[in-house]
Design a protein around this ligand. Structure first.
Ligand code: G3H
Ligand code: 13P
Ligand code: ZN
Length: 323
């Protein structure tokens, strides 16, 4: 067992209370490899932003749990070397069992999500409560979820949203003792969030649900999943250099900016990073067909990713200069 404190990480408690008071949201960026991690740390150091490094079960299988633990430790040291000791959380994204959460906690994670949102309500409560009891005994913070997002998350997918029912949130939070709650207000995972044709308006998020949830849970940190904006310039770059992404659409940035100023303290972004990297790699390889040094295409991909993250921090989340 290695504790998150030994790795130089923090849990999300202080981060969320500061985000709530300052009316901004903490970036939760997913990573699976070295270049994504480098881009996240460089962007957050340059903007002096706290950060949540997010790892899905799939990412853990892809990258190896041991390597990830040491990468997180390395990230703390790398930020220090770059000159700013930003607070860093290592968070399990969409944990689906007690055993997975336990394994992550034992290998240095400082925060876990237990996603029982697909289960019947009482089963979600029982599972979440069990994870919270174990996690809190190790000073680890826990995110729960009520309501189901449409789209694909890890190995699960749902055809349509089941919006969070505000009348359940007080009971859920008081019986489970979770530290934060992910809710479903119309966002979804992936790069095809809305079935709209080009020129058609994207349906607005259900801010009425968010407001009712925060009225019932004053000062309680809310989490927004599926918050990529799918920047059309990046989609165009992918398509220009041989890709084929049709009708890709995301959550407009102005809606996320509004959410970040409310009780939403954590905003999850994965797909936008995937798109940015893919666009850069495609451009390099299309323009230099004889290139075969991975540093020559992953380097520009890392650069494009860093710029994307800085843009999110400065113009969407508001977590700039909060360290
Ligand atoms: O919500 C899902 C995240 O984007 C992680 O995706 O399971 O493909 O790593 P993944
Ligand atoms: P996106 O697919 O919108 O980036 O959402 C990521 C996410 O919610 C990770 O948990
Ligand atoms: Zn998610």
């Amino acid at each position: 067992m290695v504790t998150f404190k030994e790795l130089g990480l923090v849990n999300s408690r202080k981060m969320f209370s500061e985000a709530m008071a300052g009316k901004y949201a903490i970036p939760a960026f997913n990573f699976n490899n070295l270049e994504q991690l480098q881009a996240i740390i460089m962007a957050c150091v340059e903007t002096k932003s706290p950060v949540i490094l997010q790892v899905s079960n799939g990412a853990r299988k892809y990258a190896n749990a041991n390597l990830l633990k040491n990468m997180a430790k390395g990230a703390v040291e790398y930020a220090h070397e770059l000159g700013v000791d930003i607070p860093i959380v290592l968070h399990l994204d969409h944990g689906d069992s007690f055993e997975l959460c336990q394994s992550c906690i034992e290998s240095g994670f400082s925060s876990v999500m237990i996603d029982g949102s697909h289960l019947p309500y009482e089963e979600n409560i029982a599972l979440t409560k069990k994870v919270v009891q174990y996690a809190h005994s190790h000073d680890i913070t826990v995110e729960g979820e009520l309501g189901v997002l449409a789209g694909i998350e890890d190995e699960r997918s749902a055809q349509s949203h089941t919006y969070t029912r505000p009348e359940e949130v007080e009971d859920f939070v008081s019986r489970t003792n979770v530290d934060s709650l992910a809710i479903s207000i119309g966002t979804s995972h992936g790069a095809f969030k809305f079935k709209v044709k080009s020129g058609e308006a994207i349906p607005p998020l259900r801010f009425d649900i968010l407001e009712e949830v925060s009225r019932r849970l004053p000062g309680f940190p809310i989490v927004l999943h599926g918050a990529s904006s799918v920047p059309q310039a990046i989609v165009a770059q992918i398509n220009q250099y041989g890709g084929k992404l049709e009708n890709a659409a995301g959550v407009p940035e102005d809606q996320l900016r509004k959410a970040a100023q409310s009780a939403v303290c954590k905003i999850n972004i994965d797909s936008d990073g995937r798109l940015a990297m893919t666009a850069a790699v495609r451009k390099v390889l299309a323009e230099n067909p004889s290139e075969f040094d991975p540093r020559k295409y992953l380097g520009p991909a890392r650069e494009q990713l860093k710029e994307l993250y800085k843009h999110k921090i400065i113009n969407v989340l508001g977590s700039l200069n909060r360290v």
